[in-house]
Design a protein around this ligand. Sequence first.
Ligand SMILES: [Zn+2]
Length: 269
Amino acid sequence: MKYIEPHAHMVSRVTDDYQRMALAGCEAICEPAFWAGFDRSSPAGFHDYFCQLTEHEPKRAAKFGIAHFCWLCINPKESEDVNLAGDVIALIPQFLDRPNVLGIGEIGLNKNSRNEVKVLEMHVDLAARFDQLILVHTPHLEDKLKGTRLILDVLKSDRRIKPERVIVDHVEEHTVKAVLDRGHWAGMTLYPETKCTPARAIDILENFGNEQLWMNSACDWGVSDPLAVPKTALEMKRRGHRAAAIEQLIFRNPKKFLSQSPNFKLPAA
Ligand SMILES: [Zn+2]
């Protein structure tokens, strides 16, 4: 089956994963900037990471016929130091012209702290000034609902931001409606243990419909499954969803949202 993986951290995956994803029908992978599992000690560490995302990783993906795109930011987990965040954000504009950059992400909140909110506002301002799409990470802690509300308010208070150019990721049953009601897109993350399981994701779909939703694996260095999207598509088929509805969710929806960036181009058919 043809699909797009809209959220995967391939820098922490082995090359065999690219091969398996290609065999499963993956046409494109989008990689948001994230926490490496340790805090970087300087802006130079982020500079090198942005080079990895824009130069090295697309070449790895291309060996398997997969298009690779990325999002840039300093992630919420490293956003407590506002001065460091300011220095990293100042580096980003020089990368925005690179051909695989889709926008600013994954930005958002981790512990919902005051400094994290400040850095989120700085990123939203950056996206507005450079007319970039936004990909938002919502916190995984028990205060996901509070974090999601805080994020939605920051987005709404910047009048330059068009809601349909923002995807809010890692939604769950109790946050998806608020996101969609604001006119944003919503992403469901399929994790084997935490976040949405495939069954929960399909329950959400059956309740909230197929519009402005996508699914991703968010595979990274933790317990996660790079094939979570095609596996969930199989589960949808088993539960009686029509082929066209499955294709909309795993291919046409991400394509529609991401095509708002002029850099998003799929490999020639
Ligand atoms: Zn992520």
